[in-house]
Write a protein that binds this ligand. Structure first.
Ligand SMILES: Nc1ncnc2c1ncn2[C@@H]1O[C@H](COP(=O)(O)OP(=O)(O)OP(=O)(O)O)[C@@H](O)[C@H]1O
Ligand SMILES: O=C(O)c1ccc[n+]([C@@H]2O[C@H](COP(=O)([O-])O)[C@@H](O)[C@H]2O)c1
Length: 190
C-alpha cells in the first residue's frame, strides 16, 4: 500500500491537520495517511505540551470514523529527538510491504536541505507537499521526488486553540466534537 506520513505534535489535532490528511487521502494516489505523533522533545521543554499518550488518544478519536486515516506511536520508543529519516527507516523495516511518502507543508521546504540525510528521504521515499501561506523560496520546485498537491489553506493552529481554551473561548468547529469533549472533560490546556 502507498502511505503518506503526516508528522506533528498534534497538541491538539485540529481541522487544519484533518483537512490536509483527508485531501491527501482522497485527491492523490496515497491509499492511507498515518499520523506520526511526536513525543516530547527533551531539549524543547514546553509546559503546554500534553503527555504523548493523551495527544495520541485525541488523534485516535478524531480519525476513528475514517478508514483511510491511521495513527502511529512508533516515535515513542525511539531515541529523542527523533529524526524523520530514522522514523522512515524504522517504519520501512517494520512494514516492508508498504511504500512510504512524507507529507510536509511548503513552508518546511526552505529548511528541508538541513534535515538529517535529506537526500536519502528524497531518494528512498519522496515528498507530497501542500501549500502554506508565506512559504520562503526553495530549490525543490522541479525536483522529481517532490509532488505539489493543491489543498485548502486553513489559518488555524494548535497554539491558537490552546489560547482560546485559556481565555475561555469556544473551540467548536476547530477540532472534531469528540476531541472538544475530551479536552473539556480532562481539563486540558486550562
Ligand atoms: N492549519 C494548518 N494547515 C496545514 N498544515 C498545518 C496547519 N497547522 C499545522 N500544520 C502543519 O501540520 C504539522 C503538524 O502540526 P503541529 O502538530 O506542529 O500543529 P500546529 O498547529 O502547527 O501546532 P503549534 O501551534 O502547537 O505549533 C506541521 O508541519 C504544521 O506545519
Ligand atoms: O529529520 C530532521 O532532521 C528534521 C529537522 C527539522 C524538522 N524535522 C521535522 O519537521 C517537522 C516540523 O519541524 P519543526 O521543527 O518546524 O516543528 C517535524 O515533523 C520534525 O520532525 C525533521
Amino acid at each position: 500500500m502507498k502511505i503518506g506520513l503526516f508528522f506533528g505534535s498534534f497538541n491538539p489535532i485540529h481541522m487544519g491537520h484533518l483537512i490536509i490528511a483527508n485531501t491527501m487521502a482522497t485527491a492523490t494516489d496515497l491509499e492511507q495517511i498515518w499520523f506520526v505523533v511526536s513525543p516530547q522533545n527533551p531539549f524543547k521543554k514546553n509546559k503546554s505540551l500534553l503527555h504523548e499518550f493523551d495527544r495520541f488518544d485525541m488523534v485516535d478519536r478524531a480519525i476513528s470514523d475514517n478508514s483511510k486515516l491511521k495513527v502511529t506511536d512508533i516515535e515513542f520508543s525511539m531515541p529523542r529527538p527523533s529524526y524523520t529519516i530514522d522514523t522512515l527507516t524504522k517504519l520501512q523495516e517494520k512494514f516492508p510491504q508498504h511504500t512510504f511518502k512524507l507529507i510536509i507543508g511548503e513552508d518546511n521546504l526552505a529548511q528541508f536541505k538541513n534535515w538529517k540525510n535529506h537526500e536519502a528521504i528524497l531518494q528512498y521515499y519522496g515528498l507530497y507537499v501542500y501549500p502554506r501561506p508565506n512559504s520562503a523560496p526553495h530549490e525543490f520546485g522541479n525536483h522529481p521526488a517532490v509532488q505539489f498537491i493543491s489543498a485548502p489553506l486553513l489559518d488555524i493552529s494548535a497554539t491558537y486553540i490552546r489560547d482560546c481554551i485559556k481565555n475561555n473561548r469556544s473551540i467548536r468547529y476547530m477540532v472534531p466534537d469528540i476531541v472538544e469533549e475530551m479536552i473539556s472533560r480532562k481539563k486540558f490546556y486550562i
